[in-house]
Design a protein around this ligand. Structure first.
Ligand code: ADP
Ligand code: ASP
Ligand code: MG
Length: 416
């Protein structure tokens, strides 16, 4: 017997038929003798609709009420799955974030999980014939104010990992619309290959650099609590699964568990990036602080930063900000133009950040040079570069996204 968390994303619970399919997967695990807690997302498209309703009601709305509205999608699917399981003759009960309770901080709209007590769920596994806990993902409660919070888009993954840690689950299965984590988005690159295993650190980079298959915080949390995550497909029929074989999927685990050695593990890309260049700014101490200080105060995250060598005491500074903050960032910089003294602010929102990720980069030189050569052969211009120990990110024009991702995928031998 094992204790499992099974998480199902939006496309997996998109309608009653799919919810029935999910219920049959849950039944399969319960009948195999396991204790199961399920975490569900809202039906596909539902959260987008709820977000749009909030914006429609008032463009600048109260974040607490936004959470009250957008948390409702998961409430519906949790209830419907519990009903479906009961109809199949299984013991099941739904749980909303506040009922567990799943405690979070009060950053409404992107709250962080503080913790959850799993005792009640564990107790019910024992006293109520392995009652299935069906938990609404994406939501929690701020203890001090008693208000509902949500965990940021894609947050049900993080709910699942938090539940797995709280009930000391043996595994956290993430059922989604692809059968694992691939070398790059399989819906964009046909030759993408499924990985059998990926290290937490690599998954963390992949997720933060654009691979939305797992929310970034879910990977952070899994790494911290050593939760083993298995990403797999919800679209296979339960009866087609061989209970004695390892199903197709990807295990997210410690680096030590991975025997296969490759330098580059995957390619990620993110269009959620805009470039700003500040022209002919004085190259003297304090200037960077004068520019980036106001952006930090406006809560704008700056990512890649490039400063040119100065000529005649003047230089250019280029950096990127999230697309959603682009206009706000330009406005904040306009406000300091006279004080800092530069000639112009230039920008581009039609850019993409393509990243190459792999723990093998720690011990191998030349990975970056290979990328630059391959891109130049395709006449793709590089706007900015940033690196860390296990990744290289390159900013290019958005029009070249697919070509760049395919080229890099192939040049590092990742093609199927
Ligand atoms: P869910 O609704 O189940 O949470 P998501 O849409 O959030 O599913 O995440 C799954 C999607 O992530 C896939 O359909 C795929 O397009 C995308 N994706 C991006 N990069 C990758 C990758 N490297 N491996 C697998 N899927 C990826
Ligand atoms: N329903 C939420 C969203 O669409 C959370 C999730 O699906 O993980 O962002
Ligand atoms: Mg998701």
């Amino acid at each position: 017997m094992a204790r499992l968390v099974m998480k199902f994303g939006g496309t997996s619970v998109a309608d009653l038929d799919r919810i029935l399919n999910v219920a049959r997967h849950v039944e399969r695990e319960v009948k195999a003798g396991h204790e199961v807690a399920v975490v569900v997302s809202a039906m596909a498209g539902k959260t987008n609709e709820l977000v749009a309703w909030c914006r429609g009601a008032a463009p600048l709305h109260d974040a607490r009420e936004y959470d009250a509205v957008v948390a409702s999608g998961e409430q519906v699917t949790a209830g419907l799955l519990a009903i479906t399981l009961q109809e199949m003759g299984l013991q099941a009960r739904s749980w909303q974030g506040w009922q567990l309770p799943m405690y979070t901080d009060n950053t409404h709209g992107s709250a962080r999980i503080i913790g959850m007590n799993g005792q009640e769920i564990i107790e019910r596994f024992k006293s109520r014939n392995r009652e299935v806990a069906v938990i609404a993902g994406f939501q929690g409660i701020h203890k001090e104010t008693g208000r509902i919070t949500t965990l940021g888009r894609g947050g049900s993954d993080t709910s699942a990992v938090a539940v797995a840690a709280a009930i000391q689950a043996d595994r956290c299965d993430i059922y989604t619309d692809v059968d694992g984590v691939y070398t790059t988005d399989p819906n964009v690159v046909e030759k993408a290959r499924r990985l059998d295993k990926i290290a937490y650190e690599e998954m963390l980079e992949m997720a933060s650099l654009g691979a939305k298959v797992m929310q970034v915080r879910s990977v952070e949390l899994a790494m911290q609590h050593r939760v083993r995550i298995f990403v797999r497909s919800s679209f296979v029929k339960p009866e087609d699964i061989d209970p004695h074989a390892v199903p197709p999927g990807t295990l997210i685990c410690d680096e030590e568990e991975i025997v296969e050695n490759h330098i580059v593990t995957g390619i990620a890309f993110s269009k959620d990036e805009a470039q700003i260049s500040i022209r002919r700014v004085a190259d003297k101490p304090g200037v960077a602080a004068a520019i980036f200080g106001p952006l930090a105060e406006a809560n704008i995250n700056v990512d890649m930063i490039v400063q040119n060598i100065s000529a005649e005491g003047l230089t250019d500074i280029t950096f990127t900000v999230p697309t959603a903050d682009y206009e706000r960032a330009k406005k904040a910089l306009d406000g300091i133009k006279n004080k800092v003294g530069f000639t112009a602010i230039e920008g581009a929102a039609d850019v993409v950040k393509v990243s190459i990720i792999g723990v093998g980069m720690r011990s191998h030189a030349g990975v970056a040079a290979t990328a630059f050569k391959a891109l130049s052969e395709r006449s793709i211009n590089i706007r900015a570069i940033s690196t860390s120990e296990i990744k290289i990110s390159i900013l290019i024009d958005a029009a070249y996204t697919e070509l760049a991702v395919r080229t890099l995928h192939s040049v590092y031998g990742l093609d199927r």
